[in-house]
Design a protein around this ligand. Structure first.
Ligand code: 5RP
Length: 210
């Protein structure tokens, strides 16, 4: 099991500071959607150049033009690019085809997918690398999480790795780990803590043991 740090509420210099503090305890660093909106793909390039040993995920949440957007993120240095599970099949297939060409990976974010079991099974057949259940900020504000959806995708997904994101904290991590995802994604559960390094270290230890 691996740990991904999601950076959402930072600019490029702040992102570098956070990653420098926790780099030894994470496997993947995510340049979150708000960072890409504010800073563009320059943020992906800057973090990949500063931390070449880390895999960098560009959380573009692609909804259309999958091939083109994966190409641009790949050029900026992203190793993994997110595409939405609610997008058209052609968008996801285009993203996968371009990622294969570029030697990159695609993560499908299942945020707001209504029929999780059916859609996860379909998307798994498209050759994506990760399928991620995700309670976004608006869902989290309603007290929801994705732990049940994780059990669903773990049951039906055969080819892709599974991931889970959305409001995961040190206290809820054991419950998440028990559901056996391949990848745990944590944003505020690390970046919102006063001792980010200590929390990341503890999370990494729990994830590694699983
Ligand atoms: O993609 C995101 C929001 O759309 C976040 O990166 C993801 O939810 C992880 O952050 P947090 O742990 O703070 O919820």
């Amino acid at each position: 099991m691996e740990l991904q740090l999601a950076l959402d509420l930072v600019n490029i210099p702040e992102a570098k500071q956070v990653v420098a503090e926790v780099a030894e305890h994470i496997d993947i660093v995510e340049i979150g959607t708000p960072v890409v909106i504010n800073e563009g793909l320059h943020a992906v390039k800057a973090i990949k150049e500063a931390f070449p040993h880390l895999r960098v995920l560009a959380d573009l949440k692609v909804m259309d033009a999958g091939g083109y957007e994966v190409m641009k993120a790949s050029e900026a240095g992203a190793d993994i690019i997110t595409v939405l599970g609610v997008s058209d099949d052609a968008t996801i297939k285009g993203a996968v085809a371009e990622a294969r060409k570029q030697g990159k990976q695609v993560m499908v974010d299942m945020i707001n997918v209504k029929n999780m079991e059916e859609r996860a099974r379909e998307i798994d057949g498209f050759g994506v690398d990760y399928i991620c259940v995700h309670s976004g900020y608006d869902h989290q504000a309603e007290g929801k999480n994705s732990f049940e959806e994780l059990a669903t995708i773990n049951r039906v997904v055969q080819q892709a790795k599974t991931a889970v994101a959305g409001g995961i904290k040190l206290e809820t991590l054991p419950e998440v780990i028990a559901a056996k995802p391949d990848l745990v994604i944590v944003g505020g559960g690390i970046t919102g803590q006063s001792d980010m390094k200590a929390v990341a270290a503890e999370m990494k230890q729990l994830v590694q043991q699983a």
